[in-house]
Ligand binder design. Sequence first.
Ligand SMILES: O=C(O)[C@H](O)COP(=O)(O)O
Length: 280
Amino acid sequence: MAPSEPSPGAPRGPSGGRDGGPGALVLVRHGQSTFNADDRFTGLLDVPLSDVGVAEAGRAARLLADAVAREPALAPRRVVTSPLVRASTTAAIVADALPGPPPLAVEWRLVERHYGAFTDKPRDVVRRDYGEAAYWRYRRSYLHRPPPLADDDPARALVDDTLLRLPDDARAALRPDAESLADVVERLRPFWAATRARVAHGEAVLVVGHGNSLRALSVLVDDLTPEEVQDLDVPTGHPLVHRFTAGPGGTLVPAVRGGTYLDAHGAEHALGDLRSRGGA
Ligand SMILES: O=C(O)[C@H](O)COP(=O)(O)O
């Protein structure tokens, strides 16, 4: 994610949680999926974790359990996950390692960005077919939507299958053909408002999502500009802790903009690898 620099003017000090201040937000992108391993666009397809991904989820679980043992205020009272199986499997593995264990809640707003016509396509094929400039624009820009998923595309039935399993309000709110990152930010706003209120009241919340749904959530958490989020990447299976101090009117002031990885060295290594392949 973004370099861990203090936000200008942000008061220092850990999240209070049990001592009366705000709680914490822990973000985890699911472990490597079978499509991540094959370098294919996934979007709304419901693909499982690879064996590497299961191991990454186990590592995330150990990292967070160790951190909670050192700092009990970090213990999530709830785990909120995207309904897609790569995320919900990761969430279950991590939750099982935590005291409680905390209950799992499913939140459709955390599903991955709808990648439109790119869904199910190998990244190198899209790059070849659309050209270098368009490939990067569609992947990294804030406002551009990928070309729409056509009705006769074989991926259409798979995406519809996912959409059918989501609640009615999700189907009404999600664009059926493709999403920009800005679209994902908009659908996450109500989720962040509810989560921010919990954190402001001292709760620690663990959120398990996807490369782009977590990039979009970070826009809201850290008030990132479109330029800042363009360079933001999220490695698989690395817990990222956001701590806050209380701001005016129940707002949260990030103590460290971009948050802090529990395994900073490992996350940096994973980010280098991810960036060498063009990011999430
Ligand atoms: O291919 C995609 O949809 C994204 O780039 C990554 O999605 P993921 O975080 O669900 O792997």
